[in-house]
Ligand binder design. Sequence first.
Ligand code: C5P
Length: 235
Amino acid sequence: MKPAEIAPRDRLIVALDLPGVAAAEAMVDRLGDAVTFYKIGYQLAYAGGLPLVQKLAGSGKKVFLDLKMHDIGNTVSRGVESVAKLGATFLTVHAYPQTMKAAVEARGERLKILAVTVLTSYDDGDLHAAGYRLSVSDLVEARAQQAQVLGVDGIVCSPEEAARVHKIVGHQMHLVTPGVRPAGSATGDQKRVMTPGRAIAAGADYLVVGRPIVEAADPRAAAEAIQAEISQALV
Ligand code: C5P
């Protein structure tokens, strides 16, 4: 499906950043049919959450498995084949050429690969300390271009980078942005946040939202309010 054709409701991905499968399943039950797309990251995946990918996919939900893979090509390929069998829709890999190439070749028909260009917690000093000579913005640009050439399906970036990444890769790749906060909600440890409406207007195709939903008194109402804001921004 091209990014322009995604239904507004399906553009919200709820991050199930919860300590275990029981808590995650309870949240999925509370959200009910309001939410169609979930993200499972390190915390839940390594706490027995991988079978939940199959279970959610089997019940008609989509799952973004945020494992940020990076290894030698053969290992990445075999890992991606296993993730594809779980029924996940999105999988993240770090945007190194060998890794992206191996992931794209092994992903099969349904799984889509998202590249993480430069982690948003990194600044120019962190890159320098890690041995890079490029600035964050130059490295994001170079890696987004490489991702596109290698056939990667989408890019994870901050909403602030979305417009620039679109200019580099056009509008065929999926842009997935965390760092989204409804007006008035706590930012937590996110430093550069945008409201759902502004993130969509900036070119995000999917919004990943965790705490403003899973920690809300009424998670379903919080999710539906964000979806309503997404719908308005798309008009
Ligand atoms: O709770 P919150 O809405 O901040 O959750 C955002 C989710 O997106 C978390 O699962 C976080 O790990 C993830 N993420 C992020 N920034 C990135 C990449 C992923 O916040 N650059």
